[in-house]
Ligand binder design. Structure first.
Ligand SMILES: [Zn+2]
Length: 68
């Protein structure tokens, strides 16, 4: 995914994919926000995006959707 420099500077940066995924999962659990992790070409760190089209659905979203 391409990120504009202005967007990159504004966004939260995560040093590892694991940290970014944990943050995305936290947002989903707390606020039902569906976020996806992607590697930024500019800073080489990870950002979260709310654009989910064409992105793989993380396992925790399936778990939340399953009836208890
Ligand atoms: Zn970036």
């Amino acid at each position: 995914m391409k990120t504009a420099p202005a967007i990159c500077r504004k966004k939260m940066r995560y040093r590892s994919k694991e940290t970014a995924e944990a943050a995305a999962q936290g947002a989903f659990v707390r606020a039902a926000l569906k976020l996806r992790v992607y590697r930024c070409q500019l800073c080489r760190d990870y950002h979260l995006t709310s654009r989910t089209k064409g992105m793989k659905t993380p396992s925790y979203e399936f778990q939340q959707l399953r009836p208890q």
